[in-house]
Write a protein that binds this ligand. Structure first.
Ligand SMILES: [Zn+2]
Length: 403
């Protein structure tokens, strides 16, 4: 397993990390610094951070306790309390003495304290694994109050205060392939909005058009201009869409149509090659896709092949092209099949990559509070590297067909 972790947290990442930590310790006049750290010690340090994730104690000092309730002998065998705190407090990922643009100046990066390690790790993630055809984009949150320059406040989310991370992951295995920290508005790039920029940044230039990737998105991200752009770079998309989006077909907003929609029924319309369906599940939901099934391709592409021409098909249900999704009855828990546009099934099956990565990460997450805001992002990246290496590990044994 360690070998698999080394794949995604390679020697270039760890060497950089050691160099910056030693440099910072010396810059601090070295009073509380016994000696420079090296690869053996730093690997042990990172290993112990993962140990902390598995075996959680209220405080870091507890790991050096002799009490029979708290004691973790392996921990204190490897590190003295003094050395552990030296390493922890001198951890560093960027040289403070290099002149950088200041706030307000062009090229200023709020994330300069973590960006170098972020870049090295993402390059490792992308180089070491081929993701599958279906990918999804979503947000993740890293806890973090205090003096965090990229802090977000999201009152409706389980983690209300912290750093927002945009992520692109593989739908089949939840491997995190590309990520970006949300650092607020980017000056000068506003023409298509935040969601458009995030998705294109995460996809380009990493996803190849030759692999026929399908990007699954929720209604925060989707829009017709984005679907059009993804198509222009050889990518497909499927997602839920809000009715107030630019170019959303007027006919699908029709109040009489929506009122009369029965559960399981849907209506479909197209703007060029972008197909939108409004479907009655428990509530009315709208979907967009530019993955044309053969049936829709024939109808829309042959008959209405002018970009911008809006066509509608009503009451497609129950044509052969449709599929069904399973829904549980509340009263007795029995399952029923509900007719749906074919993209709904695909969407449900492929949208959850980021949530699944979160679920794999959280039980053993290393996350600790720290006064240095970027430490939690660093620990988050260690967690992601661990989850990714676990994905490679399981896929490797699947390929070998070992039990
Ligand atoms: Zn996968």
């Amino acid at each position: 397993m360690v070998d698999f972790f080394d794949l995604v947290f390679s020697s270039s990442a760890i060497d950089f990390f050691i160099e910056q930590t030693n440099l910072y310790a010396q810059q601090q006049a070295g009073e509380d610094w016994d000696c420079n750290t090296d690869i053996v010690e730093m690997r042990a340090f990172i290993g112990m951070l993962f140990f902390i994730g598995v075996h959680r104690l209220p405080e870091m000092n507890n790991y050096f306790s002799q009490s029979w309730v708290l004691s973790t002998p392996e921990f204190s065998k490897r590190f003295t309390r003094r050395r552990w705190w030296q390493l922890w407090s001198n951890l560093h990922l960027a040289d403070n003495t290099i002149p950088r643009p200041r706030p307000g100046q062009p090229g200023f990066n709020k994330l300069w304290k973590v960006q170098p390690l972020f870049d090295i790790l993402l390059a490792d993630f992308q180089e070491k694994y081929y993701i599958g055809q279906n990918v999804s984009v979503d947000e993740m949150m890293v806890k973090g109050k205090g003096k965090n320059p990229v802090k977000q406040y999201l009152p409706m989310k389980p983690i209300k205060r912290g750093t927002k991370i945009w992520a692109l992951g593989c739908s089949c295995c939840a491997y995190m392939y590309n990520m970006q920290v949300y650092a607020g508005k980017v000056e000068g790039i506003v023409e298509n909005g935040l969601a458009y920029r995030v998705v294109t940044d995460l996809c380009e230039p990493h996803l190849s058009e030759f692999n026929n990737h399908v990007v699954y998105l929720d209604n925060f991200f989707t829009s017709i201009p984005l679907s059009r752009h993804l198509e222009s770079i050889g990518l497909h998309c499927v997602g839920t869409i809000r009715a107030n989006r630019q170019e959303y077909p007027q006919c699908l907003k029709d109040t009489v149509l929506l009122r009369n929609l029965q559960t399981g029924e849907f209506h479909t319309a197209a703007v060029g090659r972008h197909i939108m369906s409004v479907w009655k599940d428990t509530k009315v939901v709208s979907f967009i896709t530019n993955v044309l099934s053969f049936f829709l391709y024939l109808v829309f592409n042959v008959v209405f092949n002018h970009e911008g021409y809006i066509a509608t098909i009503t009451n497609v249900h129950p044509a052969k092209n449709n599929s069904t999704v399973t829904r549980k009855r509340k009263q007795d828990g029995t399952q029923t099949l509900r007719t749906s546009p074919s993209c709904v099934k695909d969407y449900n099956a492929n949208m959850g990559a980021i949530d699944r990565s979160d679920q794999m990460r959280q039980p053993y997450g290393i996350d600790r509070e720290s006064k240095r805001w970027w430490i939690r992002i660093f620990l988050f990246m260690l967690d992601i590297a661990m989850v990714n290496s676990h994905v490679i590990y399981t896929q490797w044994f699947k390929t070998l067909q070992c039990p």
